[in-house]
Design a protein around this ligand. Structure first.
Ligand code: GLU
Length: 443
């Protein structure tokens, strides 16, 4: 058996978002599970739209997630290989030049649709004589190069979609080289996948038709095709298209909002599969349980809100040392870092909330005192010992207040918490007391 090789092949025309993160992660997990190779392939054949800034951004995002690649390949550096493949297709009679303008193609499509026919390129260019081609070339410049599909059914067993059969006659001969000589993704991808020994390709189901044509191109070049799996596209929580909201779902925006890598990885490695989403805190656990065949074809609902509780749960696994930088950035003095983390870690979903908690402890909360509790709280405050408080302050103080007032249980604790923190719920008060720098309720 050959070594498992997968690739993540983003076009550097934008940052990674939750949709293509899924593609990256699935390919990564397949490679790692098999002890194979994971290639980061930068699909930068389009010089106008590709930006170095996005190449860097994609690498940063993958590194942040811990999805380490074994090597990077860039399509812009492999143009010679693509031309060699194009020559081979020409020699095999599978490549032809066509000269229609976009407007003409559009007109043809409209006519076909009006006649109730599928809008498939009519191969008019195949009928051109050499003289006609020369004339068109002189008039319009070089034509585009189309791959001549064999008009038969193209079949494969998809790792997610199952048996797929596509009638090549319903697909236009794909343009592989543009009039200006630019190699297009379809050809570049085929050449790379075969030359780099890619064994498994996982990508979005928007690529199913591409896969059909790529299988034929691979065969025309004398190669077998890799296994393909097409994952469903993500939708919003109500099934709405996610694309409209992709702006806010870029990985860097999620990172900015305080989402932790393992929250994102845990969700995306299982969402849309028959496995339940559970927080995993190491890559080995994610790799272990991963099986592409357990994913379903139906659109997968994604709710960004699910990432917050997962992040909160992940944070609970961390120590004060793990988050020392963030605690310091929140303004907490080093001496209080450990007790501060102990107090708040079960009450934050992201580290962004640390600053708010520390501000409250440092400046004192606006007390909330209900009508019926005014006298009780005043009496309790008179019994509150002087600062600094320690871990015993809360239990000693509430015991004294209980004795003095006869209150107990919720009637005792709730008004005191509200008076000191302004909140009905929150961190354990025993842990909060040593952090309080001011008690406003004391007046
Ligand atoms: N650059 C292509 C894309 O981002 C890659 C698709 C593929 O995986 O082949 O859609």
């Amino acid at each position: 058996m050959s070594e498992t090789v997968t690739r993540f092949a983003p076009s550097p025309t934008g940052y990674i978002h939750v949709g293509n993160l899924r593609t990256a992660l699935m390919n990564y997990l397949i490679a790692r599970k098999a002890g194979g190779t994971f290639i980061l392939r930068i699909d930068d054949t389009d010089p106008e739209r590709s930006k170095e800034e996005y190449v860097d951004g994609i690498k940063q995002d993958l590194a942040w997630l811990g999805l380490h690649w074994d090597r990077v390949e860039r399509q812009s550096e492999r143009v010679e290989q693509y031309h060699a493949a194009a020559d081979e297709l020409r020699a095999n009679g599978r490549f032809y030049e066509a000269f229609e303008t976009p407007v003409e193609l559009d007109l043809k499509r409209k006519k076909q649709l009006n006649m109730g026919k599928p809008p498939v390129y009519d191969r008019a260019a195949l009928k051109l004589s050499d003289a006609e081609k020369d004339a068109l070339r002189a008039e319009r410049g070089a034509g585009v190069w189309r791959f001549k599909l064999d008009q038969e059914r193209i079949e494969w067993v998809d790792g997610i979609l199952g048996d797929i059969s596509i009638d090549a006659a319903s697909v236009s001969d794909p343009v592989l080289i543009r009039g200006d000589g630019q190699i297009l993704y379809t050809l570049a991808s085929v050449v790379d996948d075969t030359e780099m020994g890619v064994t498994h390709v996982v990508r979005g189901s928007d690529h199913v038709t591409n896969t059909a044509t790529q299988i034929q191109i691979m065969r025309a070049l004398g190669h077998d095709h890799p296994s393909f799996a097409h994952h469903s596209l993500l939708t919003g929580p109500q099934g709405e298209a996610l694309s409209k909201r992709l702006g806010v779902l870029a990985l860097r925006d999620l990172r900015e909002q305080g989402i932790q890598p393992f929250a994102l990885l845990s969700l995306m490695a299982r969402l849309g599969s028959s496995d339940t989403v559970d927080l995993r805190t190491d890559m080995a656990a994610l790799i272990d349980g991963f099986d592409i065949n357990r994913f379903g074809a139906a659109p997968t609902k994604f709710d960004v809100a699910d990432l917050f509780p997962l992040t909160g749960r992940y944070l609970q696994t961390l120590t004060a040392e793990d988050v020392a930088d963030e605690i310091r950035a929140a303004g907490v003095p080093d001496a209080l870092a450990a007790p501060f983390w102990k107090a708040v870690r079960e009450n934050v979903e992201t580290l962004k909330e640390l600053g708010g908690w520390w501000a409250m402890f440092r400046d004192g909360a606006e007390p909330v005192i209900e009508e019926d509790d005014q006298a009780f709280v005043a009496q309790a405050m008179a019994l509150l010992p002087d600062m600094p408080f320690d871990e015993t302050t809360w239990s000693n103080w509430t015991a004294t207040v209980k004795e003095a007032t006869g209150r107990k249980g919720r009637g005792l604790f709730r008004p005191l918490r509200l008076a000191l923190t302004g909140l009905e719920n929150g961190p354990e008060m025993g842990a909060v007391m040593p952090l309080l720098q001011v008690v406003k309720a004391k007046g």
